[in-house]
Design a protein around this ligand. Structure first.
Ligand SMILES: [Zn+2]
Length: 237
């Protein structure tokens, strides 16, 4: 990614023009992934994220060297983060399969607005499905921390699907061989094998029951979002 986009002066909005002149000249190198994909980025843009602000303002090595190494991060996902930071938009035609990984990265970097936009994309995608794969929820659980809204959504949606279509998650007792080939029952077993995950799901049933459940992917408004105290959401009801 070039340090500075080449602005198309004919179509550039006044806001974009203002941003272009206020980017500043301090440059930070961010090396991402095992391949060390190199990004040359403006410090003024990076410090909008709490994660990078902490790196660059806390007197750590990164602040002096102006280099940040993120060997465990995914270059594909990081490029989405960079595009968001510079344009406040998601790239058109973003593969919905990368949305959860993008969400987890945005959560790590503390970019709430991007988390909320990706959450809306993830919920819209889940609306297309009658059932949710337990494997999806297991992956989300294993890659998020307690309190993550994506983890909450995964558990709520799995609870909803189990309550409304339990047969999709059960191996038919009269067809043991076929059952072995069934994906959802096997993945459900894996999900339940972790006691913490199993308990979290059990408490969904204890707290919410199974009657009058709403599909969490279809609830309208500011749901599963992250906002600072007092921040207004355009999706607020
Ligand atoms: Zn909101």
């Amino acid at each position: 990614m070039p340090a500075k986009r080449s602005p198309d002066t004919d179509t550039e909005t006044p806001e974009a023009k203002k941003q272009r002149f206020s980017l500043g000249t301090n440059i930070i190198i961010v090396n991402v992934g095992k391949e060390k994909i190199r990004h040359v980025l403006h410090e003024s843009i990076l410090i909008q994220c709490p994660f990078f602000k902490k790196c660059l303002e806390s007197g750590m090595r990164e602040q002096h060297e102006k280099v940040i190494n993120l060997p465990a991060d995914d270059p594909e996902i990081f490029s989405i983060i960079v595009e968001w930071l510079y344009t406040n938009n998601l790239r058109p035609g973003l593969d919905p399969r990368v949305s959860p990984r993008g969400y987890i990265a945005a959560e790590k970097y503390g970019i709430h607005e991007l988390q909320n936009v990706l959450m809306d994309c993830i919920r819209a995608k889940l609306c297309d499905n009658q059932t949710l794969s337990p494997r999806w929820v297991t992956t989300v659980w294993d890659t998020t921390l307690k309190g993550s809204k994506l983890r909450d959504l995964g558990l709520d949606h799995l609870h909803y699907c189990l309550a409304t279509r339990p047969q999709s998650y059960q191996a038919p007792s009269d067809l043991p061989d076929l059952a072995l080939a069934l994906e959802y029952p096997r993945h459900m077993e894996t999900f339940m094998a972790d006691p913490e995950r199993g308990l979290a799901l059990m408490f969904r049933f204890a707290e919410k029951g199974i009657s009058k459940l709403q599909n969490p992917a279809k609830v309208v408004g500011c749901v599963y979002h992250v906002h600072e105290d007092g921040e207004k959401c355009e999706k607020s009801r």
